[in-house]
Design a protein around this ligand. Structure first.
Ligand code: AMP
Length: 271
């Protein structure tokens, strides 16, 4: 596993490879990231992982400051997996040396779910993914369905602009079915117990969706119930088509999306 610390060494070393799988991350490596790496390893001859905590996608300074970062530990886990050829650890200037302001804007119809609650977040994500793709030039990029809205927007942008394919990977969960996330490191045991209970409730709510009901009233009722039982703040609880993210009224091809706060940590999931 070769560690690439700047763009010059990356360009030099990656030049000969034309079957490259790319797993972009912000570190805090967990089994969710490793599942993406495994998939890349299966589909591509070489796998490159990047670790870059992109300040431009944080709409909240406190959130950026508390974001779990431990490069030493991440490298240890990645090395141990024996599945990675290259790790790219860019500095801010490797990504943003071109000081021109990004022209990436979200379409009005995409200002839904997290985009409504985190102003500028996806513009930051799309900008960094555009820049990383231009630098790394991978054949395939592997991304997680846990962040389905991110996957949807990135796929739409990159597949139009580059030859790169964006491949969706299943959400990996802990033994209590809580979706793995680097942010879970900021939760205590009791928070994680609540997250596990909320997952169970989501599965039940989805099971009880019935196209004859008024879905919006039904979900509003359950949203308020979750708020009251667990004393949490919920940004949204919505049923949407998993392929185009349009509001849906039936279970088929749909996901129930939630964003909520535990211990001031914002968690998202879809089931
Ligand atoms: P992050 O480091 O949180 O920016 O995530 C990097 C990539 O890992 C993104 O494509 C995420 O969707 C993906 N990812 C994060 N958590 C999970 C998970 N629990 N299961 C599958 N993929 C995940």
């Amino acid at each position: 596993m070769k560690v690439l610390l700047n763009n010059a060494s990356l360009f030099e070393i990656l030049r000969p490879f034309n079957d490259l799988g790319f797993v972009p991350t912000m570190g805090g490596i967990h089994k969710g990231h490793l599942s993406l790496i495994n998939k890349s390893n299966k589909f591509c001859k070489k796998t490159i992982v990047s670790i870059f905590v992109n300040p431009k996608q944080f709409n909240n300074k406190k959130d950026l400051k508390s974001y779990p970062q431990n490069i030493k530990n991440d490298l240890k886990i990645l090395r141990k997996s024996k599945k990675i050829d290259f790790v790219y650890l860019p500095k801010f200037n490797d990504i943003y040396k071109d000081k021109n302001k990004s022209k990436i804007k979200l379409h009005k119809k995409d200002k839904i779910l997290c985009a409504k609650f985190r102003k500028g977040h996806f513009e930051g994500v799309l900008d960094v993914m555009d820049k990383l793709t231009k630098i790394v030039r991978p054949q395939k990029i592997f991304m997680g369905e846990k962040d389905l809205q991110q996957l949807y927007l990135v796929k739409k942008l990159l597949e139009k602009k580059y030859k790169t394919k964006v491949i969706a990977c299943k959400t990996i969960r802990d033994k209590n079915k809580v979706a793995l996330s680097s942010r879970n490191l900021l939760l205590n045991k009791s928070n994680l117990n609540v997250a596990a209970k909320i997952y169970k409730k989501l599965i039940n709510i989805k099971k009880n969706i019935n196209k004859n009901k008024n879905i919006s009233d039904f979900l509003n009722f359950h949203k308020n119930k979750l708020i009251n039982i667990y004393k949490i703040k919920i940004d949204y609880l919505e049923l949407r088509n998993k392929n185009n993210l349009k509001i849906s009224s039936r279970k088929k091809n749909s996901r129930l999306f939630i964003a909520y706060y535990l211990n001031n940590v914002r968690l998202i999931d879809n089931v």
